[in-house]
Write a new protein. Structure first.
Length: 448
């Protein structure tokens, strides 16, 4: 397919956000009699799923301490549920299993889930939690647990399959998706700051509107837009912090234990919910019994036929480098720097064994050949920025929360059609200067 010389809507990135925006925008243009998918071009320097969306574990959950995130996730779950087959979505539910230090905060999540009609069960107290968990898995043995939030909705989806589901639907609406087209710069209007064209490795494309869904590469597109590298933030305490770097990187660590995924069914033979455990109980090695950590730790896992085993991860680590110098490419499993090593494998397999007896002594089955993990680019408060810059550039910077947020593209499309979204309002860039920051939780993960 040749590169068009001009297009009304140019979308950069064929990940979950770019593709979801393209699909929903095409549908809305057609419905409103204002155009069609033929007005939309998606370009990707790699291909569909070449970024974070294509390697995501695929967990879809509502469990967030921030009310605005919960409402947004509930909206996204509706989108997943609208076509589970095309999106390869498995609505098995999700469990947040927590220690006492998180008990109260998770309790408020449950209360607010009730308020928005998102079905969940909340179990409190060590004995009742143990009873609930052994009712599901007779070998449950995690220690230090005093609350269990069992979300009945959510679950997980298969990463690339869902992206092709989105892409097929978008192409059926007339959207063009071009691989191997890298945006290297923008042209700006002479009388305004608006972008008038994309400059790419395959030529120039004039455009009226730009949407950026570039995942971890957002930092590069942000620079091309000449947006600030450092910003001023009014903290929740009212203090003003100057010169805070706009972007930072964390490395996500994930892996697969190469056992039969069927071995992790519930007592009654069903596919289990996605399990997320945080605990402050000491973690001992499943290999030699040595202490791995006595600090708060967490893991998540699910049986996954796509990955071929029990797939999941643990808390990510901060990349301690100048964000401008972090090597994002080659990305994901192809990166020589940002993939998991033996320490992660030892720790994660020991975590699995800590939680369920069936995983004891299984470390030798870890799938070493399947390299996993990858970078995420985070905002200063670790929450998304969904906003318009330079008059006609919509930036979707999800701060790595985002595979589950398939519904964001639908809301962005709505905004491109001229209708403001209440759900996106708490994620504007202006919140940093105004001090309208999201509350933070006690979770060891930066995105809870
Ligand atoms: C290991 C890992 C596990 C994760 N697990 C989960 C999970 O279980 N649940 C969850 O909700 N989230 C998860 N995430 C986070 C989630 O994957 C991301 O937040 C989300 O996929 C980002 O989507 P995106 O569309 O913004 O970007 P991406 O999927 O990264 O897509 C961006 C695309 O833009 C293209 N691109 C970049 N620069 C240019 C350019 N200059 N020109 C043209 N194209 C360009 C890239 O090639 C890429 O294909 C995980 C992330 C990682 C790394």
């Amino acid at each position: 397919m040749t590169l068009p010389r001009s297009v009304k809507y140019a979308i950069i990135g064929a990940g979950v956000h770019g593709l979801s925006t393209a699909l929903h925008l095409a549908q809305m243009l057609k419905k409103g009699g204002r155009g069609s998918g033929a007005d939309i071009l998606v370009v990707d320097k790699g291909s569909i799923g070449a970024g974070a969306s294509g390697i995501a574990c695929g967990v879809v959950r509502n469990n967030y301490y921030q009310p605005a995130m919960r409402e947004l996730m509930a909206h996204s779950v509706e989108v997943w549920e609208s076509d589970p087959k095309a999106y390869s979505y498995h609505p098995v539910g999700y469990m947040q299993i927590s220690p006492e230090v998180m008990h109260e905060q998770v309790g408020t999540i449950h209360e607010q889930q009730k308020a928005i009609g998102y079905e969940s069960v909340f179990i409190e107290g060590a004995a009742d939690c143990q009873k609930y968990m052994t009712g599901l898995f007779d070998d449950w043995q995690a220690k230090g647990i005093t609350s269990v939030l069992h979300e009945k909705k959510g679950g997980y989806a298969n990463n690339t399959a869902s992206l092709y589901g989105l892409a097929n639907k978008a192409e059926a609406e007339g959207v063009r998706i071009l691989s191997g087209v890298e945006v290297t710069d923008f042209e700006f209007g002479s009388n305004s700051g608006a972008v008038t064209a994309l400059v790419t490795n395959r030529g120039r494309v004039a455009c009226d509107h730009v949407v950026i869904g570039a995942g971890p590469w957002v930092i590069k597109l942000w620079d091309m837009l000449e947006l600030p590298k450092a910003i001023t933030i009014k903290g929740r305490d009212g203090k003003v912090h100057e010169n805070v770097p706009m972007w930072k990187f964390w490395c996500l660590e994930e892996g697969t234990l190469g056992v039969d995924p069927e071995m992790h069914k519930t007592n009654d033979g069903r596919m289990p919910p996605v399990i997320h455990v945080d605990t402050d109980a000491p973690l001992y090695s499943d290999v030699d019994g040595s202490l791995i950590t006595d600090k708060l730790w967490g893991l998540y896992y699910k049986p996954d036929f796509n990955f071929g085993g029990i797939q999941g991860g643990a808390s990510p680590y901060k990349v301690d480098q100048d964000p401008d110098k972090v090597a994002i490419d080659p990305y994901g499993p192809d990166s020589p720097d940002f993939i998991v090593g033996d320490d992660f494998i030892h720790m994660w397999c020991s975590m699995l064994a800590h939680c369920q007896k069936r995983f004891e002594g299984k470390i030798s089955l870890y799938k070493h050949k399947e390299r996993s993990g990858g970078l995420g680019c985070f905002t200063p408060d670790n929450f998304p920025v969904f906003d318009t810059f330079r008059e006609n550039v919509y930036v979707i910077a999800d701060s790595n929360h985002g595979y589950k947020m398939i519904g964001v593209g639908k809301l962005v499309a709505q905004e491109l059609m001229g209708e403001k979204s209440k759900l996106l309002e708490p994620f504007r860039f202006g919140r940093f200067a105004k001090g309208e920051l999201h509350p933070t939780s006690h979770s060891p993960f930066p995105w809870s």
